[in-house]
Design a protein around this ligand. Structure first.
Ligand code: GLN
Length: 484
């Protein structure tokens, strides 16, 4: 059952081949036996999962329920879940039990999906390897000596190991696409504003966006359909009709113009990853797509601009964790100042503290113009590159990340090396565009991903091209060894 697509699971549920309760029990058993190896899931909500499966079975018996009714999913632990701990991978929130559900979580619940639990992640979504989680790193199911990517490494590893039918994730600079690439699964970051951020713990509010991680583009289409909604509670949520993403999945890609940015095939790219990406592009050309060489001349500025803007916003967002209202509070503070100081020093890990320091520095009087304002100007240049490119092409494609999964500790001492993991994904967040990663091959047994970048609100084209590619190739069907 765990290898079936969401559509197949839906058919199985509707034809009474199995019930949602049986399906849920099946995934709970897999989590119990396999998760100790991967550490992908940090909270299992067994009791409420079984109860909601029974409610969905009831709906299905009455002929009601949509595509996700009765389907067991996992939520990244950045989404607030009512009465269920939401830690954001941090000691700071290890004791935080939200009194409400995030809109994304609510959308899934309304659709009758079953929440199995919460997935591990880099602390406050800062990282590219899951090594910053307070709960310990997630292991990549393809090779447990390697990282799963981050920050949504728990969600990507859980889907790769088939611990749930799919998982939610978030992407501020690559955190859906990079772990999806490293774990051999499909992940989509929608256009900024497409999915509500309400109840999603904020990292960098102008960049954060939630999206699905799943086994295929078709599954991502079904999941995005549920996640995308206008939400008045999020002032950046865009009021715009949500198209039927499945309706256009099978459209022909003949004549689709795919832009290949030369800057995404630079020196740092592993030649084997490049070869895998080129094979997938050739497969799309076979299907009639046209490959067009393009340039995104300001690409080299995206990592430096991001590492000013994201920490600046993070330093402001994380100021709310002060030990007063919720989260970790130090023992026996002598005064208010001592409480702030020690609560934050004890509650936040090293990477989070580094970002808060960088961000506060960039925003401080005297440096604001030199760093923050400059980074915002660079952001406009990066956005304009894409606007120009989309006058020539329909979508843009290239590698998701420069290399396959690396070993634990390989970049731990070198924050800049870690930051370069997102060299191909970050520009998309700065511009607010949708991006997707799908598997495109194996490099020495480890998955590589190909990235698709679309125009604003054109998730449908990404899903269409990715789906056609997945019909022509089998990379998305490969699974880590040692799993049945
Ligand atoms: N790896 C990037 C960072 O550490 C992106 C993280 C993310 O997208 N949440 O900030």
């Amino acid at each position: 059952m765990h290898n079936m697509s969401i559509a197949e699971l839906g058919l199985g549920l509707r034809s009474k081949t199995f019930s949602s309760r049986e399906l849920t029990e099946h995934f709970l058993r897999r989590i119990a036996t396999l998760n100790p190896r991967y550490n992908a899931v940090i909270t299992v909500t067994e009791e409420s999962a079984l109860a909601s499966a029974e409610r969905s079975d009831e709906q299905l018996r009455n002929g009601a329920g949509g595509d996700l009714c009765g389907i067991p999913v996992l939520h990244k632990d950045i989404f607030c879940t009512r009465n269920v701990r939401t830690s954001c991978g941090s000691k700071m929130l290890d004791n935080f039990i939200p009194p409400y559900d995030a809109t994304v979580v609510e959308n899934f619940a309304d659709a009758g999906a079953v929440m199995l639990g919460k997935t591990n992640m880099d602390e406050f979504a800062m990282g590219s390897s899951n090594e910053t989680s307070f709960y310990g790193p997630v292991k990549n199911p393809w090779d447990i000596t390697r990282v799963p990517g981050g920050s949504s490494g728990g969600s990507a590893a859980a889907v790769a190991a088939r611990l749930g039918a799919a998982a939610t994730a978030t992407d501020t600079g690559g955190s859906i696409r990079q772990p999806a690439a490293l774990c051999g699964v499909s992940g989509l970051k929608p256009t900024y504003g497409r999915v509500s951020r309400w109840g999603m713990i904020a990292f960098a509010s102008s960049l954060d966006q939630a999206g699905p991680i799943a086994k295929s583009a078709e599954d991502c289409a079904i999941l995005l359909q549920c996640m995308a909604s206008y939400d008045p509670r999020d002032s950046t949520s865009v009021e715009r009709a949500v198209p039927d993403y499945r309706a256009t999945l099978n459209d022909s890609v003949a004549g689709v113009k795919i832009g290949i940015p030369k800057e995404y095939f630079s020196d740092g790219l592993d030649p084997s990853v490049e070869a895998a990406v080129m094979d997938s592009l050739a497969a799309l050309r076979e299907l009639g797509a046209e490959l067009v060489d393009i340039s995104l001349p300001n690409s080299h500025l995206s990592v430096p601009a991001y590492y000013v803007i994201a920490p600046a916003e993070a330093s402001a967002n994380l100021s709310r964790f002060d030990g007063v209202r919720y989260g970790h509070r130090c023992d026996n503070p002598v005064d208010l100042e001592d409480m702030y100081r020690r609560s934050r020093a004890e509650g936040f890990g090293e990477e989070v503290q580094r970002r808060i320091l960088i961000g506060s520095y960039c925003l401080s009087a005297g440096y604001y113009d030199a760093y923050y304002r400059k980074a915002q100007q660079v952001r406009q240049l990066i956005r304009q590159d894409f606007v120009n490119a989309f006058e020539q092409v329909d979508i843009i494609m290239g590698p998701t990340c420069p290399s396959p999964a690396f070993k634990f500790g390989a970049k731990g001492d070198d924050p800049v090396a870690m930051y370069l993991e997102d060299i191909y994904t970050i520009a998309t967040n700065l511009a607010g565009l949708p991006g997707m990663s799908v598997p495109c091959g194996l490099v020495d047994g480890n998955p590589a991903g190909i990235q698709l970048i679309g125009n604003y609100f054109d998730e449908a084209s990404l899903l269409n091209v990715a789906h056609r590619l997945q019909q022509a190739t089998d990379w998305h069907k490969l699974q880590p060894g040692g799993l049945d």
